[in-house]
Design a protein around this ligand. Structure first.
Ligand code: SAM
Length: 232
């Protein structure tokens, strides 16, 4: 999979050299390229922002540097997907991550300030699938944290990235047994720690009972933490 990330803070994406994503890159499963938006500016100050039309606080990212950077990068994607992190986008979910993990690649445009001039999304809607996505109902300072989250969620679903693929299919929200549910509690050795014991059923070796217990725990936790999921 090829992933291009455009940002004014390329160093923010350094963690993509670590852990599972870093290993997948070393193995050639993933080709991640980080681009500095300021390389697509042509003034002495490498300006990427300006005052908002209509007034108001903050600055807005100008369309010209985005146009130049995106023209160059999207041309290298045969089936382009342009992801624009924004609090006003559709929720980024496991279902979206699963769909995107089957694509050949994506381009992520990291906004800063009050966001990117809206004409940029309009411009590319004709030649790419443009998807504004939100990590949640809160406001970050920039799209880089969202890009890190999206890349990690998507790429761990690609075959070969996570060592034991069953650990992905058993996760919260995974299609199948866990669809619409969050995972229940998990335990490891020792069987007793500071007076807290591991539930007997997990030590029983009875796979049927263990599966039923895990399902019941997942439903219970979903009801307690995410009741709106059960309503669906
Ligand atoms: N004025 C914008 C609004 O109220 O919707 C907020 C802009 S925010 C300060 C700057 C950038 O951070 C956004 O362009 C986006 O890239 C990123 N961002 C902030 N919150 C986000 C979220 N919940 N999900 C995804 N991206 C987010």
């Amino acid at each position: 999979m090829r992933i291009d990330i455009i940002t004014i803070f390329p160093d923010y994406l350094a963690p993509l050299g670590l852990s599972l994503v870093g290993k997948a890159r070393d193995q050639g499963l993933l080709d991640i390229r980080v681009h500095d938006l300021r390389d697509s500016t042509h003034d002495r100050h490498r300006t990427v922002d300006d005052e908002p039309y209509g007034g108001g606080p903050g600055m807005v990212m100008r369309p010209e540097p985005w146009g130049e950077a995106l023209d160059a990068v999207l041309a290298q994607h045969p089936d382009p997907l342009l992801v624009i992190p924004t609090p006003s986008g559709m929720p980024f979910t496991q279902s979206l991550a699963t769909q995107w993990s089957r694509r050949p690649g994506m381009v992520i445009a990291c906004g800063r300030y009050e966001g990117i001039d809206a004409r940029v999304a309009d411009e590319y809607a004709g030649r790419a699938e443009v998807v504004p996505v939100s990590l949640g109902d809160y406001v970050l300072a920039g799209g880089e944290v969202a890009a890190l989250a999206i890349v990690e969620a998507v790429t761990r679903l690609m075959p070969g990235v996570v060592g034991n693929e069953a650990s992905v299919t058993d996760d919260s929200f995974a299609p199948g047994a866990m669809e619409g549910l969050v995972e229940g509690p998990v335990y490891t050795r020792p069987p007793e720690w500071r007076g807290h014991v591991v539930p007997d059923v997990l030590l029983s070796g009875d796979h049927g009972r263990i599966a039923a217990w895990r399902r019941e725990q997942a439903e219970r936790r979903t009801g307690a933490m995410r009741p709106e999921l059960l309503e669906g």
